[in-house]
Design a protein around this ligand. Structure first.
Ligand code: PMP
Length: 394
């Protein structure tokens, strides 16, 4: 039977990681993989998570199963974190999932169950996993214009014009904040216009929010998601705790399905629990419990928010330093968008030849579409990157 299987394409980012490891140059710089790194290149365990872990080790008395939705209190806290008071909790069906990826996958599953004819509109570009999961599930997708490589910003006109093709029952996938891979984001007025358009077309928003707290702060980063969830009759939200709690390998995420229409909540909640059951039964608990503990304890929460704020402002400083260096070296403002972008990533907007030249000549590793992980830099390596960018003729 296995002879019928075909080899799957290698993951490009993992291949890039390997090439970086194999590169003997001492001054090489890794801007590839999408994890936060501090100035020393370490991906730290956050202080509040470490403390919660110690407390949990002392206090936990059983490893018996939780519920199919995970501990319901985790879902409550995540809904509060993401939605604030934009939507009453009674309208938000919610389950724990294995990471944000698990939430994305389950959301697609729910879409397919609700409307087998649904098409999913995705930004061009989007996180490659969106496309590969959709393809694997044989759900048709339609790309909408998003990134303008001339300006480094969003091609909003192009986006709205493409979204006008969405039909009733189609789904439009949006990045809640800190767009991956571009770093370019809509402003609140544009978000409102998108929500209005989707309502007019009868299309449903699905928001993937994987970087809350990495852009403009916990509240500001959630504002677009809250606007959409309050404004549209139905919304799906896939939230990840991997980045903002630094618990990547614990696989912690939350899927929310919001329905404003009375009487929908029970079926939605049951559907999400059913989907967990079919795919993996009970969701992982360890990371979810740590998140629940951190969000539910004043001291832990204050410490977590302070550390997250340091992470965020550190990345903003690196962005500004890079934009300043490039302004000086290029004698122009054409790299100003790097300081405007938010989150961990920025897309330079150059072709694979330039990306390769940066790697070959300067030992600087970024993803082939010119996505760089800003957290892979530090104060010392920013000038080196700026010099290299100019040197290869970008
Ligand atoms: N969505 C986007 C846009 C992401 O960048 C990521 C992380 N790379 C995720 C979802 C989910 O990550 P995880 O499954 O590790 O929580």
């Amino acid at each position: 039977m296995f002879e019928h299987l075909k080899e799957q394409p290698a993951d490009k980012i993992l291949a890039l990681m390997q090439a970086y490891k194999d590169d003997p140059r001492e001054d090489k710089i890794d801007l590839g993989v999408g994890v936060y790194k501090d100035a020393t290149g370490n991906t730290p365990i956050m202080r509040a998570i470490k403390t919660a872990e110690k407390q949990l080790w002392e206090a936990e008395e059983t490893k018996a199963y939780t519920g199919l939705a995970g501990d319901p209190k985790f879902g409550d806290r995540m809904a509060e974190l993401v939605l604030g008071d934009a939507v009453p909790l009674s309208k938000v069906a919610r389950v724990a999932t294995p990471g944000g990826t698990g939430a994305v996958r389950q959301a697609f599953d729910m879409i397919r169950m609700a409307n087998p004819d649904a098409r999913v509109f995705v930004s061009d570009p989007t996180w490659p996993n969106h496309l590969s999961i959709l393809k694997h599930m044989e759900i048709p997708h339609v790309a909408y214009r998003y990134f303008d490589s001339e300006t480094g910003g969003v091609d909003f006109e192009g986006m709205m014009s493409d979204l006008a093709d969405a039909k009733r029952g189609d789904v439009v996938l949006l990045h809640g904040c800190c767009h991956n891979p571009t770093g370019a984001n809509l402003n609140m007025e544009e978000w409102k216009a998108v929500a209005d358009l989707l309502n007019k077309q009868g299309a449903i928003p699905m928001i993937d929010i994987a970087y809350q707290g990495f852009g403009d702060g916990l509240e500001d980063d959630a504002a677009p998601t809250r606007l959409v969830a309050a404004h549209c009759p139905e919304t799906l939200i896939a939230a990840s705790c991997s980045k903002n709690f630094g618990i990547y390998r614990e696989r912690t995420g939350c899927l929310m399905a919001i329905a404003h229409e009375e009487g929908r909540h029970k079926v939605n909640q049951g559907t999400l629990a059913y989907l967990n059951r079919q795919n993996f039964s009970f969701p992982p608990d360890h990371g979810a419990r740590l998140v629940l503990m951190v969000l539910g304890d004043d001291a832990l929460r204050t410490d977590w928010e302070a550390e997250l704020e340091d992470v965020r402002t550190g990345m903003l400083r690196l962005r500004q330093q890079l934009a300043d260096e490039l302004r000086e070296r290029s004698g122009s403002d054409r790299f100003g968008f790097l300081a405007q972008h938010r989150g961990m990533f920025s897309r330079l907007g150059v072709g694979p030849d330039k990306v390769e030249a940066l790697r070959e000549k300067h030992g600087i590793y970024m993803v082939g579409d010119s996505r760089m992980n800003i957290a892979g830099l530090n104060e010392e390596t920013v000038p080196k990157l700026a010099r290299a960018i100019i040197d290869v003729g970008i």
